[in-house]
Design a protein around this ligand. Structure first.
Ligand SMILES: [Zn+2]
Length: 263
């Protein structure tokens, strides 16, 4: 029951994130204004804005002008809802808590913190995938937010700074060596962010995983001839995905990895 509530909450947050992505791109404020159809400008009413359902019932088209709406809207809503539920499960599993203990303030604070971090990561993920760009006005607040809250939750500042220096330095080195050709300055800031979110040594796990994911994906594209050697990949997408996976399942991954070496 509570999981259903979390899922629905995630849908609405996802719906909001879609608006944020759109308005960041258009450099509009995302607080004011009605929701409008992006094509005909018709004002959208609550029945046009129900997450997932409106998209399905309207068959992915605007009710008024019938223009096709991007799958992004549907997918971001669904992904946010799933992410929210996974985080909820993870936190309650590790703390072995019954639901009434939601009242436990520290647990509740962790839950909200992870949800916000997830929202930041998803924003970066989608934006980089769509526009090949990592916006400072998303990544910089996320870095500051993760640093402050992780300190509050008992990470040592030395650990976080070390992790951020390793994550950021790793990309800065590549940036300098390649004269900005391999990766962009945005990736350096994502490296910092990964360190601030995960701390040391999990930042290494996430970097490693990002390269594995990126490598698999790139090979897939090459095999199916969708891309060619030297084409640009939205690397921030893999970095944020890897960060989220390690945030949730970092320890499991490391144990899994070492279990291979024990053979
Ligand atoms: Zn329309």
């Amino acid at each position: 029951m509570l999981v259903a509530f979390v899922f629905i909450l995630g849908l609405f947050v996802g719906s909001f994130l879609n608006v944020v992505i759109y308005r960041l791109h258009r450099a509009e404020s995302f607080v004011k204004g009605f929701s409008k159809c992006l094509f005909c400008g018709h004002r959208l009413f609550p029945q046009d804005l129900v997450p997932l359902f409106s998209f399905v019932f309207l068959k992915g088209k605007c009710r008024y002008c019938k223009t096709k709406i991007s799958w992004q809207y549907f997918l971001v809503e669904l992904a946010t809802a799933i992410g929210f539920v996974l985080i909820f499960w993870k936190i309650f599993q590790t703390n072995e808590l019954a639901i009434f203990q939601l009242a436990n303030l520290s647990i509740f604070a962790h839950l909200i913190f992870w949800w916000i971090i997830f929202a930041f990561l998803l924003l970066i993920f989608v934006y980089d995938l769509k526009y090949y760009l990592i916006l400072d006005k998303v990544s910089l607040p996320a870095i500051a937010f993760a640093f402050v809250v992780n300190l509050f939750f008992g990470f040592s500042w030395l650990n976080l700074l070390l992790a951020a220096a390793v994550g950021g330095g790793f990309f800065l080195l590549q940036f300098v060596l390649s004269n900005g050709k391999w990766i962009g300055g945005g990736d350096v800031r994502i490296g910092l962010l990964m360190g601030m979110i995960l701390g040391w040594p999990q930042v290494l796990t996430a970097l490693f995983l990002a390269y594995v994911l990126g490598g698999l994906f790139a090979s897939g594209l090459l095999i199916f001839k969708k891309k060619h050697w030297g084409d640009k990949l939205p690397f921030g997408t893999f970095l944020t995905l890897a960060t989220f996976i390690v945030l949730l399942y970092g320890e499991t991954l490391i144990n899994f990895y070492w279990s291979f070496w024990k053979w």
